[in-house]
Ligand binder design. Structure first.
Ligand code: CO
Length: 217
């Protein structure tokens, strides 16, 4: 029980299956990582980055937290963004939210407390900003806030000094906002993709209007 034997057995079987398919896989990977993608997603156990995107170890750099929040005061997320853009030189940063996000629901239902409550403050601000224009149906409201959260967090990535500096020195870098459905296993693009500061502002505004337009009061 204390040693979680099953997980070690799983791990051994997994490593062996990869080595069988690609001999030398791990020794080559040990030399360097050169991922093209940086994934910022929810920590939810149903939303694993590599599996959803069909990527192998070494192909995607990942940061996950509760409700995929990009808060400039969060050193963890900022350090991951800085490292992925400045050192790994990823070509894509992807913010991935998901429908059915418990963090987003906690904001709507107003039952946040402790550290999680503090952490969710940026989503509370988003909810307050758009609350009056969201659908009265509870599920539609929840879905829309999950989408708005992705749009606002990808906008926060676009506004970060790390990304602004990369763009101003001409580095090839696109920011994306996607949403995943735990109910069907599929990703959906929220069309906020931006490869420049100008593109980012226009894409954010258009995406927010699209979400709100689907939500008659
Ligand atoms: Co979530």
């Amino acid at each position: 029980m204390r040693l979680l034997k099953e997980l070690f057995e799983n791990n051994r079987a997994w490593a062996e299956s990869i080595e069988r398919r690609s001999p030398g896989f791990f020794s080559q990977l040990a030399a360097q990582q050169a991922p093209e993608y940086f994934w910022i997603g929810c920590a939810d156990s149903r939303v694993p980055a590599n599996e959803i995107a069909g990527l192998m170890p070494g192909e995607i750099f990942v940061h996950r937290n509760i409700a995929n929040i990009v808060n400039p005061f969060d050193h963890n997320c900022a350090a991951c963004l800085e490292y992925s853009v400045d050192v790994l030189r990823v070509k894509h940063v992807i913010v991935v939210g998901h429908y059915g996000c418990g963090g987003v629901r906690a904001v709507i239902e107003d039952h946040y407390r402790g550290k999680v409550g503090e952490w969710l403050a940026p989503i509370r601000a988003i909810y307050q900003k758009y609350e009056a224009r969201l659908h009265s149906d509870a599920r539609a409201r929840w879905d829309a806030l999950c989408e708005l959260n992705v749009i606002e967090q990808s906008a926060a990535v676009c506004q970060s000094p790390i990304v602004r500096q990369a763009w101003s020195r001409g580095q090839e870098l696109a920011i994306h906002g996607w949403i995943y459905s735990v109910a069907d296993g599929l990703l959906r693009d929220l069309n906020v993709t931006a490869a420049s500061a100008e593109e980012a502002d226009a894409a954010e505004r258009a995406a927010i209007e699209r979400v709100l337009a689907q939500a008659p009061i």
